[in-house]
Design a protein around this ligand. Structure first.
Ligand SMILES: [Mn+2]
Length: 430
């Protein structure tokens, strides 16, 4: 096995320094939870088995449509991205899978790429197709849309690309294809709203037919952008109707930034689960639109309420409930490794808090229509500082008690700045 990017000694030394305080905090929290009838070790074990994938494109600095400001030492290819993802997993121990994007992550030998990732302690999560931009030398432009284009040859090209992504995913050990299309319109009357969806469904059925056994197609909806008047798969309603029409291997993927402001996303989660169609998540946070800010940075309470529904779903699974959890963020002003470390902690923290909810008290209060006590069942769990549980789970798995401090001590980015070639300037949402 190749050497992992960070020295295990460095993590162990930092942990030795932090372990006395952690043990004190963990014991104190353990006594507090015990008074509520909760065994802290059982929660810690469930936290230890939680994982969330990181996106290959999240390893590089993102940008807006105005500008991108690269940092020294950021990755320029999938190999360097994998190395950075390995750093995140080495420290956090909750991100053992990478979600690749094609054609951005194309290589000539996917078997070798899979081995390279395995040597870094990583596997591959959902493969993401890209029919929202044109590539050099492409026969047909996606300027008219992709799976919903009025041009038959363009639709066929988009179908073919998605099937190629499935084939690559098979070589990488993936089992999900995530499909987000930018198809839509900017002007009333630009396209027929009904016929656009018909064309999308016909083309998506061709992709669906190519899914191997055990595979799923995850339909990712988004209200607007790049299309600003209408989008073909604009919301969870369009998504679930399309998934139901396509068949049992089609599920819906919820990107937290793809809704109208103030949308009750936790209710969408409950609805999709009710009909067995909740297939995955793209975690991020937003203030205005699809901001792709760090998970939990703006509205951690909403993230907790979403996990509250996910824990309910775990307890009452339907149709093999097995969502693919993934971070999908654009790191425009931070070191992407630090953002994903912080985000993985925020996401896991909300999962841990949701596990602390006294479900019997919650359901009892709901049945009795005791509104205040139902709310308090959630609030009591949300108010717990679960940091010692996460840190203990990480340390036991060989990760860092203080992920950001250990990362900074490692000087990893400064070393990569010496080794890697500089990234060019430019604009670009990733
Ligand atoms: Mn997304």
């Amino acid at each position: 096995m190749a050497a992992l990017p960070l020295s295990a000694d460095l993590i162990a030394e930092a942990n030795a320094r932090d372990s006395v305080a952690l043990e004190e905090d963990y014991a104190a929290l353990g006594r507090q939870l015990e008074r509520r009838g909760i065994a802290i070790d059982a929660i810690k074990d469930r936290v230890a088995s939680f994982s969330v994938a990181v996106p290959s494109w999240g390893a590089g600095r993102g940008g807006t449509r105005f500008a991108k400001f690269p940092i020294a030492g950021e990755p320029t290819n999938i190999h360097e991205k994998l190395e950075d993802c390995a750093v995140i997993n080495q420290l956090s121990r909750v991100t053992p899978r990478v979600s690749p994007h094609f054609p951005w992550d194309k290589v000539s030998d996917y078997g070798a790429l899979r081995e390279e990732a395995a040597d870094l302690g990583l596997g591959f999560d959902a493969v993401n197709s890209n029919t929202f931009q044109d590539q050099a030398g492409q026969a047909h432009s996606y300027s008219t849309g992709s799976l919903s284009s009025t041009d038959e040859a363009t639709r066929a090209q988009a179908v073919e690309h998605n099937i190629e992504c499935i084939e690559i995913g098979q070589k990488l050990g993936s089992r999900d294809l995530t499909v987000w299309v930018g198809d839509g319109t900017n002007f009333p009357g630009q396209q027929d709203l009904g016929r656009s969806l018909d064309r999308y469904l016909d083309a998506a059925a061709d992709v669906y037919a190519a899914l191997p056994d055990g595979w799923r197609i995850l339909l990712e909806h988004k209200m607007f952008e790049p299309a600003f008047y209408s989008s073909v798969i604009s919301d969870w309603g369009s998504s679930i109707l399309a998934a139901q029409e396509l068949g049992p291997k089609a599920k819906c993927l919820v990107d937290l930034g793809h809704h109208a402001p103030n949308t009750n996303i936790e209710q969408i989660v409950a609805r999709l689960h009710r009909f067995g169609k909740l297939g995955g998540f793209h975690f991020n946070d937003s203030k205005y639109g699809d901001d792709d800010l760090d998970s939990g940075s703006i509205n951690p309470h909403q993230l907790f309420l979403i996990f509250n529904e996910l824990v309910e779903a775990e307890l009452h699974p339907r149709d093999g409930f097995d969502p693919s959890y993934m971070i999908d963020q654009s790191h425009n002003v931070t070191d992407p490794i630090e953002s994903m470390l912080s985000s993985a902690e925020a996401i896991t923290s909300c999962y841990a808090k949701a596990l602390l909810v006294d479900r019997a008290a919650l359901h009892g209060a709901q049945t009795d229509n005791d509104t205040m006590m139902a709310f308090q069942a959630l609030r009591r769990a949300y108010n717990v500082d679960v940091a010692p549980i996460l840190a203990k789970a990480r340390a036991e798995a060989g990760g860092a008690i203080d992920v950001l401090a250990s990362y900074r001590e490692s000087q990893y980015r400064a070393r990569k700045a010496q080794e890697r070639k500089a990234v060019g300037l430019g604009a670009g949402i990733v």
